[in-house]
Design a protein around this ligand. Structure first.
Ligand code: UTP
Length: 288
């Protein structure tokens, strides 16, 4: 198994973050000075991926513009001698090859992944949700690729979530842990009631999948919410493995997580001046 391509679905409506997502993709919500999807692309690039397909839809054009060259801006920055800023702008367009395909109807994550079939072909691929940032020392996707390649199986990232939150996730029933720490997945349940959940190990938005998933998606009927659920197709894979996430995950599609991402990243950023300013601000707010 050799994973060289990544797919990033970014076509959803983002209803949990309305009205800000009415005319702006939630994947473009800034966390500090970068839009969410740039962190996601950088994670894939850190994992050695050089070919990314972003699934977009109506109203998502600013994603393409962000990863495109910006000749006018670059000329202005160069003329003004703002070399650091110029480098940062140019780096974005040079990250890797980015391709786009549009999901016609917002029929769910499973439906969005179907649109990657032509681009991905018969190869295994990484799948990263465009609204989820994972901060970890080693790229979460790189770790998944290592396990997937070692076992020759589809491999997904799992995270123990509080039991009262399991009904918001796809949840895994797992078997005995392998020597390398990965967990064979015996069953996956989409958004179970707390009392029906087989564990609190939730699917977290990072996957490495074999191309078998495309045929399985074609055979899958719409599920929870009338949407084609990726989890329903994952359940049909002959073998699938879970690896526990080692880091912090932020689902930018809801306000508390988005705020937490901004705060924690500001406090751990290598810009000491910003750390101090944000720490002071938070302390003053809490004291006041
Ligand atoms: P979500 O499950 O958060 O759905 O998508 P959503 O529609 O974007 O947001 P809410 O629930 O209405 O607030 C997870 C990821 O899958 C993409 C989204 O863009 C997001 O990055 N997605 C979801 C699609 O690409 N297409 C879809 O039909 C649904």
């Amino acid at each position: 198994m050799d994973v060289n391509k990544a797919v990033i679905p970014a076509a959803g409506f983002g209803t949990r973050f309305l009205p800000v997502t009415k005319a702006q993709p939630k994947e473009m919500m800034p966390v500090l000075d970068k839009p969410t999807i740039q962190y996601v692309v950088e994670e894939a690039v850190d994992a050695g991926i050089d070919d990314i397909l972003i699934i977009t839809g109506r109203g998502k054009q600013s994603i393409e513009r962000h990863f495109d060259k910006s000749y006018e801006l670059e000329a202005e920055l160069a003329a003004a001698g703002k070399d650091d800023r110029l480098d940062r702008v140019q780096e974005i367009a040079d990250l890797c090859d980015i391709h786009y395909v549009r999901q016609k109807e917002r029929d769910g994550l499973g439906d969005a992944v179907r649109y990657a079939r032509k681009h991905v072909g018969d190869e295994p691929f990484a799948l990263l949700l465009g609204d989820t940032i994972v901060k970890s020392e080693v790229s979460c996707t790189a770790k998944l690729i290592d396990h997937a390649e070692a076992h020759g199986e589809s491999t997904i990232s799992l995270e123990a979530v509080p039991w009262e939150k399991v009904s918001a996730y796809g949840v895994a029933d797992v078997g005995e842990r392998s020597e390398d720490g990965s967990l064979p997945i015996e069953e996956l349940v989409e958004k179970p009631a707390r009392e029906d959940a087989p564990s609190n190990l939730a699917i977290t938005g990072r996957y490495v999948l074999t191309s078998e998933i495309f045929d399985l998606l074609e055979e899958t009927e719409p599920g929870v919410g009338g949407e084609l659920q990726l989890t329903d197709a994952l359940r049909k894979l002959p073998a699938i493995r879970g690896v526990e996430l080692d880091g912090d995950r932020y689902d930018i599609g809801n306000i508390p997580d988005w705020l937490q991402a901004n705060l924690e990243m500001a406090l751990t950023h290598d810009d000491g001046e910003m750390n101090d300013a944000v720490r002071t601000l938070v302390e003053e707010e809490l004291d006041g």
